[in-house]
Write a protein that binds this ligand. Structure first.
Ligand SMILES: Nc1ncnc2c1ncn2[C@@H]1O[C@H](COP(=O)(O)OP(=O)(O)OP(=O)(O)O)[C@@H](O)[C@H]1O
Ligand SMILES: [Mg+2]
Length: 350
C-alpha cells in the first residue's frame, strides 16, 4: 500500500510520498480565465496549481496569491477544517498520487484541537475523490484520488517520529526512546508543545497556543498600514521579512530592525510558555525545536531556554519535519502491520 503524508498548516501545506515532497502556501483563490499563460521572457515558471473539485475551480498557493481576484485565507481552526483542509489536502495529493491506486494517508492536527476535529478530518479525507487538474498550458486532466485509511496524529508527533524512526519505519535512534523529550513546534499560527517521556505521552506537558509567526507578522503589517495606508495580507509578508525590506507603491520600507524586535518578543512569549507548561518537568533530557517558525526563532529562543536544545536540521527545510515524520509513521503502521504501543498516543486516539 502506498503511503501519503500531508501536513496541512495555516501557513503552508506540506506533503510527501516518501520520494517527492510538495510545499505551497495554504491560500485558495477563485480560478479566473487567464488570457496569457506562462512567463514573460525568461522568468522562472511557477507551479500552476489549479484544481476543480465539487464543481468549484480553484487556484492554490502562489497562483491564488498572484492571480485570483477573490482569495481565501484563514487563521481560524473551525473555518480551516470546514472550508480549507479538504481542498489543500487534495491539491497536494493530486500532485503526488498516480490516480486509481489507493493510498493510506497520515495527517495531523494541533494538539489542542486534536480530540475535537480528528474524526471530522478523517471523514473529510477518506474515500474516493474525483478532481480535475489544469496545467499551465490549460490542459485538463481527471484524477481519482482513493484514500483507503486515514490516520490523524497530533502535529508535533510528526517531528518526534521523524527523529526516532528511519525510512523503513523502524526505531533508528534508541536513545530518544529512553529519554524525556520536549517538542516545541512553532508554525505560522500555532505553537504546539508536547512531551514524550520514554515514549509515553504527557497530557500535562502538551498544549497549543497562538504564539506562531503570524503574531509577529501582525505587528509588522499594522506598522506598515500606519505608514503606507495599505493593508497587507499576512501571507504576503514571508518573502519581504526574509529579504528585510518591502516596496509598497514605489516606496521601500526597511523591515530588519522591526523584525528583530517582534521575533525577539515572540521568542520570549514562547520561552515563558515553556517555563510555565514544563515547570514540573525539570528532568527533561532534550528540548527539540521544530516547525518552520522554530528554525526562524531559534537564535532568539536558545539563550532563553534552560537545558539541552536541539534545533532540527537547518540544512533541510524545517517546515517538512512533521510531514516527513508522518510518512515514517505510516510506514511503521502499515508497511509491517505493527501497531505502536497505545501509550504513545494521547487519549481519544486509542
Ligand atoms: N523557506 C521558507 N519559506 C517560507 N517560510 C519559511 C521558510 N523557512 C522557514 N520559514 C518559516 O516557517 C514558517 C511556517 O512554518 P510551518 O510551515 O511549520 O507553519 P505551519 O505548519 O503552516 O503553521 P501551523 O503549524 O501554525 O499550522 C513561516 O512563517 C516562516 O517564518
Ligand atoms: Mg505546523
Amino acid at each position: 500500500m502506498d503511503i501519503l503524508a500531508i501536513d496541512i498548516g495555516f501557513g503552508f501545506t506540506k506533503a510527501t510520498d516518501g520520494n517527492r515532497s510538495v510545499i505551497f502556501k495554504s491560500v485558495l483563490g477563485e480560478a479566473t480565465d487567464l488570457q496569457f499563460q506562462g512567463t514573460i521572457l525568461d522568468a522562472p515558471a511557477d507551479e500552476h496549481m489549479q484544481l476543480e473539485i465539487d464543481g468549484r475551480s480553484l487556484f492554490i498557493g502562489d497562483l491564488a496569491e498572484r492571480q485570483s481576484n477573490v482569495r481565501f485565507f484563514t487563521l481560524d481552526q473551525e473555518q480551516f477544517v470546514t472550508r480549507f483542509v479538504k481542498y489543500l489536502a487534495l491539491a497536494a495529493a493530486a500532485r503526488l498520487v498516480n490516480g486509481f491506486i489507493p493510498v493510506n494517508l497520515v495527517t495531523g492536527l494541533p494538539i489542542g484541537y486534536y480530540k475535537q476535529y480528528k474524526d471530522e478530518l478523517a471523514t473529510l479525507l477518506s474515500g474516493e475523490h474525483r478532481v480535475f487538474l489544469t496545467d499551465g498550458s490549460g490542459k485538463r486532466e481527471e484524477k481519482s484520488i482513493k484514500i483507503n485509511k486515514v490516520k490523524v496524529i497530533p502535529q508535533p508527533f510528526g517531528s518526534l517520529f521523524n527523529l526516532m524512526l528511519n525510512d523503513l519505519g523502524e526505531v533508528g535512534d534508541k536513545r530518544l526512546v529512553k529519554e524525556k523529550i520536549g517538542i516545541v513546534d512553532i508554525g505560522f499560527r500555532t505553537s504546539d508543545y508536547t512531551v514524550s517521556d520514554k515514549m509515553r505521552y504527557s497530557e500535562r506537558g502538551s498544549r497549543t497556543t497562538d504564539s506562531g509567526i503570524a503574531r509577529a507578522f501582525n505587528i509588522i503589517a499594522t506598522k506598515l498600514r500606519e505608514k503606507s495606508g495599505v493593508n497587507i495580507e499576512l501571507y504576503r509578508l514571508h518573502e519581504a521579512v526574509d529579504r528585510g525590506s518591502i516596496r509598497i507603491r514605489g516606496k521601500e520600507y526597511e523591515l530588519k530592525s522591526l523584525t528583530e524586535q517582534v521575533f525577539g518578543q515572540l521568542a520570549s512569549s514562547v520561552a515563558n510558555e515553556i517555563d510555565r507548561l514544563w515547570a514540573d518537568d525539570w528532568d527533561m533530557d532534550t528540548i527539540v525545536l521544530t516547525g518552520g517558525g522554530g528554525v526562524v526563532l531559534a537564535k532568539y529562543l536558545q539563550p532563553l531556554i534552560n537545558g539541552q536544545v536541539v534545533v532540527v536540521d537547518a540544512a533541510s527545510d524545517a517546515r517538512l519535519c512533521n510531514v516527513d515524520g508522518y510518512w515514517k509513521f505510516g510506514k511503521h503502521l502499515w508497511a509491517k502491520g505493527v501497531i505502536p504501543a497505545p501509550s504513545t498516543m494521547p487519549a481519544g486516539n486509542r
